[in-house]
Design a protein around this ligand. Sequence first.
Ligand code: NAG
Length: 734
Amino acid sequence: YSGTNQTLSLLTISNQATDTLDATGWTIYFNNVGTAEITGPDTALAGIGFINGDFFSLSPRQGWKPLAPGDSVQLRVLSRRLKNMTDLPKGFYLVDDGHPEGTALPLVIKPFAQADSLEIGLAARIYAQNETITDVSVSALLPVLPTPVAYAYTTGVFKLDPTVPIITDAAFEPEASYLQSELAKVLDRVPEIAKAKQGKALVLRQKAGGNAEGYSLTVDTTGVVIEAATRAGAFYGIQTLKNLLPPTSWADKQPAIAIPGITLTDAPQFAHRAVMLDVARNFQTKEQVMKILDLLALYKVNIMHFHLTEDEAWRLEIPGLPELTDVGAKRGHTLDDARRLMPSYGSGPDADNATGSGFYSRADYIELLQYAAARHIRVIPEIETPGHARAAIKSMDARYASYLAKGDSAAASQYLLRDLEDQSAYRSVQHWNDNVINVAVPSAYVFLEKVVDELIAIYKEAGAPLETIHFGGDEVPNGVWERSPAVRRLLAADRSVPHTDDLWHYYFNRINKLLSARGLYLSGWEEIGMKKAVVNGRPRMVVEPRFARENFHTDVWANQGANVDLAYRLANAGYKVVLTNVTNFYIDLAYNESFYEPGQYWGGYVDIEKLFRFVPYDYYRSLEEKASGERLTAAGRANIVGLQAPLWSEIITSPERMEYLLLPKLLGFAERAWAADPAWASESNERKTKALYAADWSAFLNALGKRELSRLDHYGGGYQYRIPTAGVAQRDSK
Ligand code: NAG
């Protein structure tokens, strides 16, 4: 039963084993998003205890009767309101004398009747929404998504077959081999790369001038010509050519493929078109990341922001700091020993859990960087600090303990990330009380410098570009550092840091210097450009212009409440801004309010239209509720460097789930990041805006539904996607 704020659920524990579950001597552990308690008379039977993060225990109380094989017991549990399946507890396992390492308990979920009745209203609303979409005939579809700058279909069809060679200017040789390998997937023989043009050909030609990533493309009966100034431009011309092939071409190799004649010119609206992958909360293999990189390239995304470190894991091998991956990349049953981290997000007792544990070796990462670079995708690594850093902190604690045991106290504390005497008390947004690096201990900088230098070396060896390292900065909880002797010593010794609140700038100043000394610039979440202040008697975060001139890049995400205009305030103050708005771009948010739809919803629901309708230079127009605030100045406008869609992975426990959340939302994102601002984005007459928008949205959705989904079925072995605009969630979604 769900009320406005709470849900009462029944937890049934049934003994399917052959032994009796005794009255004492066992504990069941599980993960849950908020606190939950056993309620009513059942409190006599068992109690739920909070451990840390999202980790809980359930243990018997005096009233518990031994549970014979085949018997079950029901416990009433009160929790915050469970709105969708993502809110349900998971990762149950039992620890007792017979199972000291824990044994996973299968979980069966039985949704309550109320959940189904909600689906009916939702279906009706979506049905009405779908009725406004007009039909576009297949011959009039947009030729390619994201929408190109200009195009015209011409008569005449080009018959592509393996005898047609690829002819390239020297500058585009790598792109020519890429094209060759892509065509090898659709043609039954591999076309040649030839020197001179005789007859039909696929031509890659360098032509100076124009946008750095722009290109032009012509298809006629004699072949295909792609012209571009840069390798990136040629690469995007090739992506368009791939998109012009009938989607089923990717299903089977064929002797020939017909491509309709077209002339097309194109260039991106933004130079920074980023998708963020969080592989820390749940891990994804190198192969799966490569599969995603192929998809990003197909839709002209050029940056992968790689969220490699978190409270719940550290996913990259750093030579010289083996604990980061020996301990920090492993989750399994523990209440905190020095071998692994406790379970999170349902990862369970098994330290070999495929998404709870795992990391990229240095060689894996180099391979990923090279794979991305060949697809003109830059990989921005994120090292989350000073908050969201529990895995690193625990790993360095483990290192400390092992060197101390060997009697080497200098080596023990070399990279320590906390003040051992710190008495500060806090809880992070994700409920950790031990996830913030102490920025006053000198060893923290020794650690960060080591990580930065190793990262630089990895990129160098891969031959991949590295311009910035993202240092996180989000969600540092109140209360940190306040009762730390190391902080007190720093405040006393350094006049530039008069107060704990000034530690923020002390810290990012040092990180900035560390990076700029190595020719890199600093990126972070919006908080790196802000400071704590008191406004109208209330504590509030305000823009701190101090670093604006240092070329900091901020990813502005929490555009809600008093911060609805924060992105524009930061841009106007001089910060380079990547619009990462939770309300429109957080693709980890559930598609809609269906109980069966996986995803978070703290920033609202995000379906494909939320991404499609985003207006970068006036995003108040894109919000569900009327909002206004500071507007972009001319200088501020120049500081909007691009757009970003993050995919946080708290609930992404399989590659299928990852693709389901990413697709087809990614296409809505690519449209806004690449295509020019549509006419409806700046039209002031409301009636005209609506009409222009309706036509555009229909054009986009028809191209998506009548062509792109079929491509996603076949391209790269096929991707899982959610059917766009359909009201009721696909219940078989893993
Ligand atoms: C925010 C957190 C992030 C979390 C996400 C889920 C940012 C910058 N921080 O609370 O750690 O995974 O939301 O949507 O987004």
